[in-house]
Design a protein around this ligand. Structure first.
Ligand code: ASP
Ligand code: MG
Length: 425
């Protein structure tokens, strides 16, 4: 039998008891005849705690040192897990990202994997050991410094390793039984999606569904690697993320045009009030933001009030970049030419996702009618071929998710999802 790569998230290895439970699961896979490579995240909320610690000693920790600090979280869990497996009578060897051959660029805090040379992992499994790899980290090809791949990056480590090792599957374990039609914490009757295409999964992940790291799905799509998202707390079959053409449509699912509803509370909205409605003004607003390296999500420009010749431009961006964007725009106020700025960080985004909507009329009408009936006010709208997103008040996000989920008939009529652990941090 082939190689199985298993990735365990922080909530699956939160304490000694959890580590022992996961060790048993790994040993069982090994005993079933597979070569097993495990990628592990930092225990529980360790990464957040390390970030808090860094911020206590420095307002702006140097990126190189922050990466060195954060990678320690995964080093703890990999060693502890290797010990627990050893205690069950199987040999396990832990490796840092660098030892496992995860080569990245030098962009600290969000490094990209440029190559994986897993010679030591191959050797360990050839010798019958279970290889445990620290997730979310690598080593820069140019500077030789230790890097991290960005929050949640262990998923990407797992997929990249699985691809390099030509594994049969990459199993991603967390504290939910797979990908659901909506967050089961908001919609208890959300259904588990048995199979989802890479593209629908990418839209779900990009629009706030905290299922998989976005880049891990991109990586899997490029290499056609199947991902099995499942819970480490149960033996249940989870969600298979596979090429669109392999998604089986059973009779009940045939009519499913919408795959799921995603939501995101991590964005803020900025309105630039009183911009001249003339050529080049939007360009200068967004050039200012680009120079500050700020990623924009949705943009809406209203038509100018004829009398004033002025217009408003609203856009959304990651809340974590809100202060930086306000500063950059304030500094450029005279150069750009606008009246004032409005900042709103109590907004949320709700998205309806499904490749099936490409050929289905009336999806927007159904979505917006459901929101209206639920009394949810829409502040902004954006669409892609396979997604419709709206911005609403943050306090109305749950209501909007429930209304959309019901309107598209996504519920299962019973409570399927079990949320096993985790703090959701
Ligand atoms: N421990 C890191 C984080 O919390 C990486 C991961 O969990 O994938 O972001
Ligand atoms: Mg984590």
């Amino acid at each position: 039998m082939g190689i199985v790569v298993q990735k365990y998230g922080g909530s699956s290895v939160a304490d000694a008891a959890s580590v022992k439970r996961v060790a048993q699961r790994i040993v069982a896979t090994k005993k079933a005849g597979h070569d097993v490579v495990v990628v592990v995240s930092a225990m529980g909320d360790t990464t957040d705690e390390l970030i808090d610690l860094a911020n206590e000693v420095s307002p702006l920790p140097p990126a190189r040192e922050l990466d060195m600090l954060l990678t320690a979280g995964e080093r703890i869990s990999m060693a502890v897990l290797a010990m627990a497996i050893g205690n069950l009578g199987q040999e396990a060897r832990s490796f840092t990202g660098s030892q496992a051959g995860v080569i990245t660029d030098a962009d600290h805090g969000r490094a990209k994997i440029i190559d994986v040379t897993p010679g030591r992992i191959e050797q360990a499994i050839a010798e019958g050991a279970i290889a445990i790899v620290a997730g979310f980290q690598g080593v820069s090809q140019t500077t030789k410094d230790i890097t991290t791949l960005g929050r949640g990056g262990s998923d990407t480590t797992a997929v990249a390793l699985a691809a390099a090792l030509h594994a049969d599957v990459c199993e991603i374990y967390s504290d939910v039984d797979g990908v659901f039609t909506a967050d089961p914490r908001i919609v208890p009757t959300a259904r588990r999606i048995p199979q989802i295409s890479y593209e629908d999964c990418l839209e779900m992940a990009a629009n706030g569904a905290k299922i998989l790291h976005l880049r891990c799905v991109e990586y899997a799509r490029r290499t056609n690697l199947p991902i099995h998202v499942r819970s480490s707390f149960s033996q249940k079959e989870g969600t298979w993320v596979v090429p669109a053409e392999s998604v089986e449509k059973d009779a009940a699912m045939e009519a499913a045009i919408i795959t799921g509803i995603a939501h995101d509370r991590s964005e803020a909205k900025i309105t630039v009030v009183g911009v001249a409605d003339k050529v080049g003004y939007a360009a200068s607003v967004f050039s200012t933001l680009a120079e500050a390296s700020i990623n924009i999500d949705m943009i809406v420009q209203n038509i100018s009030a004829a009398a004033t010749g002025l217009t408003d431009i609203s856009f959304t961006l990651p809340r974590s970049d809100g202060a930086k964007a306000m500063e950059a725009l304030t500094r450029a106020k005279d150069a750009v030419g606008f009246e004032r700025l409005q900042y709103d960080d109590s907004v949320g985004k709700v998205s309806v996702i499904g490749a099936g909507m490409r050929n289905a009329p009336g999806i927007s009408a159904t979505f917006f009618t459901a929101l209206a009936d639920a009394g949810v006010n829409i502040e902004m709208i954006s669409t892609s071929e396979i997604r419709i997103s709206v911005i609403t008040a943050e306090s109305q996000v749950d209501e909007a998710v429930r209304a959309a989920h019901a309107a598209f008939g996504l519920g299962s009529g019973e409570v399927e999802a079990v949320v096993y652990g985790g703090t959701g941090r």
